[in-house]
Design a protein around this ligand. Structure first.
Ligand SMILES: [Zn+2]
Length: 342
């Protein structure tokens, strides 16, 4: 049974404009807005954010804060103030040693920065929760094939990660991705999210945490190894309430979407969480718009608890807008209204 239908929203400026957009979301069957708060928003639009959260809630929408693209560690198109202000604490390529434009989330510098960002917003606003949006290591992101990996390079080989690895395992961090390196990356990747989620629940136990990871196959031959591909480890984190997996392009086979959906629900059930599946509500659209309804029905039939789509108005007016952005938005809205039960 679909109990929540979400849409993401970046329009964090003027509360009266946001109000009109929230009313439009309500008319599209949306129950929950995922506020994409950038590092720039946090620094510049801070006075507006609590007012916007309050307005959404006043209109009957739940609100989750998404630290959108923070450190370029989370998914998203925006720029990172952390990277602008810090020349250290970046992820480093294991093979070339180059410092990359991604914050290393295993450094205390970024961990402190991120926790402060979230706990400050939790204290100043009254959101229903937070949304961890596609957290990831920079590499690899290529899909390996059965004939070998296309993504041999990986992160993070920065001084902090290397020292922590050596302190734990008692030998220098290899440049090749061994089983110890995989385990180290999975374990360390969860620390920043667990610690911040725990800190948020200490501020308000009712704050709900959704962790949304990449929708990857994670099979015998193919895995992305971006840090959150071990779904059992993510699902087992006691501070997460909702296990969510990201968007699958409409052009991919329905079997792939079905497989991701089934495994998402299975992990959520195994660890006593709610499950959430995302729909592509920007950039690309199905050849036949009835596919939206079919994939929504498929998710509901498989026992998904929540549906979500990126983004408000199909990305209208941005470089990632769908060709018929407003039609895609309307189609998602019609389907949200059809299936949501509250
Ligand atoms: Zn590192």
């Amino acid at each position: 049974m679909i109990t929540q239908t979400s849409i993401s929203y970046y329009g964090l400026g003027y509360v009266e404009h946001a109000e009109a957009d929230f009313r439009e979301m309500k008319a599209h069957g949306v129950t929950q807005v995922i506020l994409a708060v950038t590092e720039f928003d946090f620094d510049f639009w801070r006075p507006s954010i609590p007012a916007i959260v309050d307005k959404a809630r006043e209109l009957g929408l739940r609100v989750l804060i998404d630290p959108w693209g923070s450190g370029k560690y989370f998914g998203g198109e925006q720029v990172s103030k952390f990277l602008q202000d810090n020349v250290e604490n970046r992820q480093v390529s294991a093979l070339t040693g180059e410092r990359l434009p991604y914050a290393c989330f295993n450094t205390n510098s970024y961990r402190d920065y991120f926790r402060n960002f979230c706990t400050t917003l939790a204290r100043e606003c009254r959101p229903d929760g937070f949304f961890w949006d596609e957290p990831h290591y920079a590499f690899p992101k290529g899909i390996a094939s059965i004939t070998g990996g296309v993504a041999d390079d990986w992160t993070c080989y920065c001084p902090v990660c290397r020292k922590r690895f050596e302190d734990y395992y008692g030998y220098p961090m290899p440049r090749y991705m061994t089983n110890d390196v995989k385990q180290f990356r999975w374990r360390e990747a969860l620390v920043v999210l667990s610690d911040t989620s725990k800190a948020l629940k200490e501020i308000d136990p009712k704050l709900e945490i959704t962790c949304c990871v990449h929708a990857t196959q994670n099979g015998y031959y193919v895995s992305e190894y971006r840090g959150y591909d071990n779904w059992d480890m993510v699902g087992a984190c006691p501070y997460f309430d909702v296990f969510s997996t990201t968007i699958v392009n409409w052009a991919l086979p329905e079997d792939f979407y079905l497989d991701i959906t089934r495994r998402t629900v299975a992990i959520a059930k195994k660890y006593g969480k709610q499950s959430e599946r995302w729909l592509m509500g920007y950039y690309k659209q199905p050849k036949d718009f009835s596919q939206v309804g079919r994939w929504v029905d498929l998710a509901a039939a498989e026992g998904v608890d929540r549906l979500a789509a990126w983004t408000y108005r199909g990305g209208y007016g941005t470089v990632v807008g769908a060709p018929d952005a407003l039609k895609l938005w309307d189609t998602i809205g019609e389907n949200y209204k059809r299936v949501v039960s509250r």
